[in-house]
Design a protein. Structure first.
Length: 130
């Protein structure tokens, strides 16, 4: 998992893709509706780059820190803290302790779910430029 996060920090989507199973079951931020571009639900490996493209087009991450890891069965969990600035309005969003959940099968990721305060993230993303 640390290799996946290191690749994310570098913007190296092909390296991330190497860790995903061809039998991907799901990938995305948990959200009832699409409030911001990267809140998309993906079920096919070949569509995963769309998520990273949406993130890269919308935000610059100044800080991105995977911190606490825990595992149980096929699942690995990680807390994330980050600082990002939205490109459209230059609003900064600081988050602590969002959760990522990975499900592994045969050493590859078959599912990834991320959490975020969707209302807070959406408010910052959609705020008027300063």
């Amino acid at each position: 998992m640390k290799e996946i996060y290191a690749a994310f920090k570098r913007g190296d989507v092909p390296a991330i893709m190497q860790h995903l199973s061809d039998d991907l079951q799901g990938f995305g931020i948990v959200s009832e509706q699409k409030l911001i571009p990267w809140q998309i639900q993906i079920s096919k490996k070949q569509d995963v780059p769309k998520f990273f493209q949406a993130v890269a087009e919308a935000a610059d991450f100044i800080r991105y820190e995977p911190r606490d890891f825990a595992a149980g069965g096929d699942y690995v969990y990680c807390t994330i803290s980050s600082d990002a600035t939205f490109k459209r309005n230059h609003k900064k969003l600081i988050v602590d302790n969002v959760m990522h959940r990975f499900k592994f099968k045969n050493g590859k990721v078959v599912e990834w779910r991320g959490t975020e305060d969707t209302a807070r993230t959406s408010a910052a993303y959609n705020a008027a430029a300063a």
